[in-house]
Design a protein around this ligand. Sequence first.
Ligand code: GLN
Length: 548
Amino acid sequence: MPTNPETDYDPTMGEKFIFVTGGVMSGLGKGITAASTGRLLANAGFDVTAVKIDPYLNVDAGTMNPYQHGEVYVLKDGGEVDLDLGNYERFLGVDMTSDHNVTTGKAYQNVIEKERAGDYLGKTVQIIPHITDEIKRRIREAAEGHDVCIVEVGGTVGDIESMPFLEALRQFATEQDDDDFLLTHVTLVPYSKNGEQKTKPTQHSVKELRSIGLQPDVLVGRCDDELEPATKEKIALFCDVPTDAVFSNPDVEDIYHVPLVVEEEGLDEYVMHRLGLAERAIPHAERDNEWRELVTQETDGEVDIALVGKYALEDAYISIHEALKHAGLEKNVDVNVLWVDSDEMDDAHEERLKEADGIVVPGGFGSRGTQGKIAAVRYARENGVPYLGLCLGFQMAVVEYARNVLGLKGANSAEADADTPHPVIDILPEQYEIEDMGGTMRLGAHETDIEAGTLAHEVYGATQCTERHRHRYEVNPEYFDDFEGSDLVFSGRAGNRMEILELEDHPYFFGTQFHPEFRSRPGRASPPFVGLLDAVLSETEVEREVEV
Ligand code: GLN
């Protein structure tokens, strides 16, 4: 068969689709199961991409509260998307675009716009076929040119919201050849009081799937432990799948171990076999082992990093947690994150700040928690504690310096205090007229020029970097002169925009107007995070020497 040497993609093969649905309850980690399958297929030499379906009416995740939905992940094209896309980018090592996140809002918006434009003239516009066609079109477009596309359907089978997507999926299945389509269903296998693995919830959720015309090809049971052979047999019997199509996804200490666990049970081989990919796969012994080596390496020590935020929820800062982990993998240390609540800087939280070897102040919106963040910045600056400020953390470093070093009394960000006498951080001029909240910030990948000979130059090892943005406020040009000649240097700029700051005479005080955490990957850690750990490690070594 003719293949395209440029991409290794064989146009005559067509794309293969793996749909992933979830049953029983949400939060089973079906995204991680799906991403892990993708990682293994990539290791076997396939070009894998993913689509995340979110059955909510929001057009994108940009306006959603991180406390309900976790972090808003930002893509290079400026798409503000569900955090699962971050997992796909990290597991697959690829960059995706907004088209890879399909929401109910996006599908309806497009269909309604077409209806208003008169494209359906004369017809009644309906969920079936117009919305379902739109969903299928979006999935096919996102998959185009890739060998395999993993499509994760958010929510749980049985939810009203997911219905149009599941109907689209049903149609999709009938339109594809058998070996181009596979449905994986992830369910929960709980233990009974007497320690028995129970299959009834799985049976019920497969029944639910069947009632809408869908038969799963593969079943993955989330359980504390591996599924026992008898459990697998029972599931196979009642759900009409072969026993070797039932896999376990037991608890693991680190999500990066999930690909290794599912590989051991042969999920990847089964999937490749079913999709007719087995013959094209790189032989097992020759596959890329980098992931396994990276995530199973022995670490040598542990560092404590304080994360000063306002949402006491790991998912709200997931990319920062992951970026710290990637830097830890590179430096061979475990990174322990100490949670410090910026809204309640009480004694306990202050104590934790003092225990930390380094401090990170993440991004955020609004005024709540900004005082706590400024206090954390001051503590890091005055005590020589390695500091990394991301977006709002960058802005708060500017405010703290303006107040406490430059003597600009009452300096603030106009976002936190509209009446501040010194708006050292102010709304971007292009934002003056904007009234809509969705998709209107400075978003996505933009280039920054880095001044040679600075810490930023050392950190990035280059005089340019491209990182993702998501903000409305920036350093106010009217105050540039006030910082001139001070210890606080803006070492990265994009035209008149200040992008990176650093302090002279400090072990590591680094702030970025952008969000480097979104480009961090296992094996390709983000430079500002590696810089933070480098500083922490050399500081602790110094301490050790003093102690000895
Ligand atoms: N709220 C600030 C702004 O809009 C910071 C944004 C952020 O941290 N992502 O500029």
